[in-house]
Design a protein. Structure first.
Lengths: 109, 357
């Protein structure tokens, strides 16, 4: 690999960019992700995660078993919002900012 | 490694890093930031990062937020591109009752210089054609916007380091001892000494406070957010509930749950958030979600920032708040003034921790 080798294909992040943020103190996949966007694309790090672990190992000497895995989240593969939606318009945990504006005697509190 | 500093800042998130950067503009030496993990691993890295003003209440808190939002263009000039966009903010509403609230809000905020327009259904749809045609109206203010939180904290950190600030990360503070004229801070990677100590622990402030026997009444609030695939630019404004980033992805969410430090995402809230997205912007129905994430927000017991000196302990300071992204440019500026000059250009007495006593 040379420094222009693309490590994250979704976001087009090169080896050089990953090495640079490790030099700035990043130690985990998720640190690197937040600083470079590596692993934030549609595949959600399924392709780059082992490559990045290799770079962390080379740059810091951390053993592979010590390198935390990226945090995987729902969905496993991209899914349409309409598939998730239940079409309800009553909300409980989700708020509207105007819910937080309260009136008292016809005036904003 | 040097272990004696003028100032130690505990917490390298958006608040701690802003204080470090602003302090380093005037005081080039002797500043270290200690972070228990790595900046952006907590709240600052799991937010939609609205820079939001217009419907914060009460008016004095909105005014404080406005001063901070006003600093963003200047900050971007100094630390570099943080993808700050003053898009203007829209809060759609679906009932006439909310219009009443909106009208009162606009009246109350005019004297303090926050211009809020209460838009009719037609005006709102003209501004943001993708909104649900069933809306009743929306509040609008040009002061609101958003920023890329990753770029923001990274730029604060890089600018601070350039000015001589050191960062010691993956270094959790375990013990703090107050001696005459100095603090001894023990952390996983060693022992540090300083004259000034700033607690900027965000969600962990209460735990941090215990190390100096001070109650910092900050609780945790979980927010879950959905991220879509990049879409062509189609949202003109920051809508309270969702916004489109530079790269086209849409960030959606405005949920609040009391779940302590549990950062799980849960199907019920994800579904509700999807419902909200489609309720506000029906065309999002066909957009694909690539990720859900959750962040733990810091929530002071009364909702307002806890800022300033901690009474009774010389040279001990606290900066802990919700809305750290919106407030960070102002908080960094004011905390720097307080530490170096002993007073601030905008009064912060209202935000003193002594109000909880």
């Amino acid at each position: 690999m040379d420094k222009s080798t693309i490590i994250c294909r979704c976001e087009e992040i090169s080896l050089e960019e990953i090495v640079e943020v490790i030099a700035n103190g990043a130690r985990t996949f998720d640190d690197i992700k937040r600083l470079t966007r590596c692993g934030m694309g549609p595949c959600q790090s399924k392709i780059c995660n082992c490559l990045v672990a290799g770079v962390i190992h080379e740059q810091t000497g951390m053993e592979f078993h010590q390198i935390p895995l990226p945090r995987m989240r729902m969905p496993i593969s991209p899914i349409k919002l309409e598939t998730l939606a239940t079409n309800s318009t009553t909300f409980s945990s989700v708020k509207s900012v105007l819910d937080e504006v309260e009136l008292e005697d016809g005036k904003v509190k | 490694m040097e272990t004696s500093y003028e100032t130690i800042i505990i917490g390298g998130g958006v608040v701690g890093s802003s204080i470090a950067y602003h302090l380093s503009e005037r005081n080039k030496e002797g500043i270290v930031v200690l972070d228990k993990k790595f900046p952006l691993s907590g709240t600052s890295g799991s937010t939609q990062a609205w820079v939001w003003v217009h419907n914060k209440t009460p008016s004095w808190y909105a005014e404080f937020s406005m001063y901070s939002a006003e600093l963003y263009p200047y900050l971007s000039k100094k630390i570099g591109d943080v993808e700050y966009k003053r898009t203007g903010g829209l809060s759609p509403f679906f009932s006439e009752l909310d219009r009443e609230k909106a009208e009162r809000l606009a009246e109350a905020y005019e004297p303090i210089g926050i211009k809020i327009k209460v838009l009719s259904r037609e005006e709102a749809l003209e501004k943001e054609p993708s909104l649900n045609p069933d809306i009743v109206g929306a509040t609008y203010s040009s002061i609101d916007g958003n920023v890329n939180p990753f770029r923001l904290v990274d730029r604060y950190m890089r600018a601070a380091k350039k000015n001589g600030v050191q960062y010691s990360t993956y270094n959790k503070v375990t013990e703090i001892q107050k001696l005459p004229g100095k603090f001894i801070v023990r952390a996983e990677k060693g022992r540090f000494e300083c004259k000034n100590l700033v607690l900027a622990g965000g969600t962990w402030s209460r735990e941090l406070g215990k190390l100096v026997e001070v109650t910092i009444p900050i609780n945790q609030l979980r927010g879950q957010i959905l991220v879509t695939e990049p879409l062509k630019p189609f949202l003109n404004y920051t809508i309270s509930g969702l916004r489109q980033a530079f790269n086209g992805e849409v960030l959606i969410g405005y949920s609040m749950e009391e779940e302590g430090f549990n950062r799980a995402t849960t199907l019920d809230v994800i579904q509700e958030t999807a419902n909200m997205a489609i309720h506000y912007v029906p065309s999002l129905r066909k957009a694909k979600v690539v990720r859900a994430f959750s962040g733990i927000r810091a929530m002071p017991e009364d909702g307002f920032p806890i800022l300033g000196k901690i009474p009774g302990v010389e040279n001990l300071y606290v900066a802990a708040m919700h809305s750290g992204v919106t407030l960070s440019p102002l908080v960094g500026t004011l905390m720097t003034e307080l530490i170096l000059d002993g007073e601030t250009s905008i009064p912060i007495d209202r935000y003193s921790i002594s109000r909880f006593a």
